[in-house]
Design a protein around this ligand. Structure first.
Ligand code: FAD
Ligand code: NAI
Length: 467
């Protein structure tokens, strides 16, 4: 086996494997190294994919239990959690194998082991057997991703005090689940266990859930989750946890300080964010700089200060999202191959896969206000959408923001059924610099949920027709 490549990619997640695939398509040789043992990174192994498998299964369970009767379907429904987990594991296995196949097809050597950069163009890989292999390449791409942000004073055991990883493999449904952090992970995995019967309390430091998402849509989302049985304790922080019998006693206090109290639960999920992961890579020794938050500093061509060393994905600045990592990987590989790789950060969608889903792209109303940009708003509630009525999913709304002068679409936030798919239309519109009128005058099939997007776009110019 040759030990010299055009590029070495460290990390086999969406940032790493997509970089290797694109390099291969552009005729460059590469090695893709991951220490996990399977490829696909956080996303395929302990992130996007297993969480979406459990979200799907738990949603079907809840639907069968609560909604089938309303549709005239009589069913006796029983939970088989081990089978649900097994289905999730099967999907993960198939997809991680799929990545190995894609790397092979791209003629990228998939190497299992821990990589360390010893000098520009030089990487050492330590295999599970302790053997070290030395590799060389003109280019090195760091795509080492992120890890769970720790909660000071709390030790995660992945059994009772869990991160998302442990929460994806619980062996029983907790009677009481306490979630720390009302962000994406807390609300997605909280939804899984809420649907399976857990009482779910979410403790959030800030005075709102899903910070960063348009405030009005965030509020609507919180109302919907509360209706589903979630309990929120906002502006509150967890200060400690102790084991009490078979359960946990969690200490909380107001974020601004004040009287302490305790919450009893069976399982606590810590979901207060993720931090870039670059431990053991030898970055300081080789001269690659990190910012205050531990993210690899790069320019907008993904180049670090050290010639020939690049970084993409969760380990550098920006949203920690699989598709953002993928797009950066593609652009970085293209730049290495001498092409004009580019990512449009104004058009990267973000989706929370609860029911209903929440999807956003571009600017929120708060961001436009803060930037002093004049805008117009169009909104449409799913209660007025015919398809939403037929599928009994009328909670939520579409909100479109457009420039007051040019009508160019600046942002969109949706809480509602299929929001994650619906947002794609607006993302494409934004990529093409479309106006809200372009969406409003585009024919949409009837009866579909996408008509709600059109009606919201009509609302920007004040001619929503179906309200
Ligand atoms: P990663 O996927 O983290 O991959 C990095 C890889 O590098 C890891 O496999 C690691 O083992 C390896 N590595 C690190 N250091 C070394 C080393 N020295 N040597 C060798 N290998 C090394 N995003 C979405 O867009 N949609 C979702 O629905 C979604 N759901 C999520 C659900 C959960 C529970 C979590 C935790 C995350 C979710 N994410 C989701 C985020 C998504 O997983 C990440 O944004 C994405 O995986 C980042 O890709 P990456 O390639 O940058 O890093
Ligand atoms: P997050 O950043 O989405 O949310 C963390 C929440 O915890 C925030 O609301 C924050 O205010 C709160 N918080 C922070 N410290 C706290 C404390 N001490 N006590 C109480 N609350 C506290 O992070 P999360 O949910 O852990 O997800 C990590 C990353 O993974 C996200 O940034 C996201 O990009 C990615 N992800 C994406 C998904 C998707 O695209 N559907 C799904 C899951 C994860």
């Amino acid at each position: 086996m040759a030990d010299n490549f055009d590029a070495i990619v460290i990390g086999g997640g969406p940032g790493g494997y997509n970089a290797a695939i694109r390099l291969g398509q552009l005729g460059l040789t590469s090695a893709c190294i991951d220490k996990r043992g399977t490829f696909g990174g956080t996303c395929l192994n302990v992130g996007c994919i297993p969480s979406k498998a459990l979200l799907h299964a738990s949603e079907r369970f809840h639907e069968a239990k609560e909604d089938f009767a309303k549709l005239g379907i009589k069913a006796k429904v029983e939970l088989d959690l081990p089978a649900m987990m097994a289905q999730k594991t099967k999907v993960v296995g198939e997809l991680t194998k799929g990545v190995e196949f894609l790397l092979k097809k791209a003629k990228s050597e998939a190497i299992v082991g821990e990589a360390r950069i010893t000098a520009p163009g030089k990487v050492e890989v330590k295999g599970a057997d302790g053997k070290v292999r030395s590799l060389t390449a003109k280019h090195i791409i760091i795509a080492t991703g992120s890890d769970v942000a720790p909660l000071p004073g709390v030790t995660i055991d992945e059994m009772q005090i869990v991160s998302s990883t442990g929460a994806l493999s619980l062996t029983s449904v907790p009677k009481k689940l306490l979630v720390v952090g009302a962000g994406v992970i807390g609300l997605e995995l909280g939804s899984v266990y809420r649907r399976l019967g857990a009482e779910v309390t979410v403790v959030e430091f800030l005075d709102r859930i899903t910070p960063g998402i348009d405030g009005e849509v965030g509020k609507a989302f919180q109302r919907i989750l509360t209706k589903q049985g979630f309990t929120f304790q906002l502006s509150t922080k967890v200060t400690g946890v102790e084991k009490k019998g078979s359960g946990l006693k969690v200490s909380v206090e107001p974020a601004a300080g004040g009287e302490k109290s305790t919450i009893d639960c069976d399982v606590m999920l810590v979901a207060i964010g993720r931090v870039p992961y670059t431990a053991g890579l030898g970055l300081a020794e080789v001269g690659v700089e990190l910012d205050k938050r531990g993210r690899v500093i790069t320019d907008n061509h993904y180049r670090t200060k050290v010639p020939g060393i690049y970084a993409v994905g969760d380990c550098r600045e920006g949203a920690m999202l699989a598709h953002k990592a993928e797009d950066e990987a593609t652009a970085c590989a293209e730049i290495i191959a001498g092409k004009a790789g580019h990512v449009n950060y104004d058009a990267i969608p973000s989706v929370v896969y609860t029911f209903p889903e929440v999807a956003t792209v571009g600017k929120s109303e708060e961001e436009l206000k803060a930037a002093g940009i004049q805008y117009k708003v169009g909104k449409f509630p799913f209660t007025a959408n015919a398809r939403a009525k037929t599928i009994m999913a009328t909670d939520g709304l579409v909100k479109i923001l457009a420039d007051a002068k040019t009508d160019k679409v600046l942002g969109c936030a949706i809480v509602g059924p299929e929001a994650g798919n619906l947002i794609a239309e607006v993302v494409l519109a934004m990529e093409f610099g479309a106006s809200s009128e372009d969406i409003a005058r585009t024919c949409h099939s009837h009866p579909t949920l996408s008509e709600a997007v059109r009606q919201a776009a009509m609302g920007v110019e004040g001619w929503t027709m179906q309200m």
